[in-house]
Design a protein around this ligand. Sequence first.
Ligand code: DQA
Length: 145
Amino acid sequence: MATKKILVIHGPNLNLLGDREPKHYGNASLADINKQITEEAKKLSLDVEIIQSNSELEIVEIIQNIKADFLIINPAAFTHTSVAIRDAISAIKISFIEVHLSNVFARESFRKESFFSDLAIGVISGLGSEGYIAAMRYAVNHKEM
Ligand code: DQA
């Protein structure tokens, strides 16, 4: 069987992890989290590509040109604002899981609104970097309907 390809997208400001509001996002840097993701991918025999972008345009273009079988996305602030990224995901019809490091339901009320959750297979929120690991474990056995 061909190796399953997973794309992980980290949205805006997640490049600041480690320094950014540790009360919500913990002390791990994005590099630490990406190392965890890469190590888990190796164990699961997944081919993983990871990108971080602060640009809505860039994320839309990456999704339009996606080569992966499965998407794990933390849209960060774009979760609550981006019809453009939602429409790109809808257009290419890829299976995906929405991940948030913090529990968005325990924060400001605008964070409870997501342009992605109804399209996602599932949403993981509040488990820190473990959310990406859980999403990858799910992706291994996920079959397209
Ligand atoms: C976040 C939650 C969002 O509300 C916020 O804008 C982020 C990060 C999270 O991972 O908890 O930037 O997606």
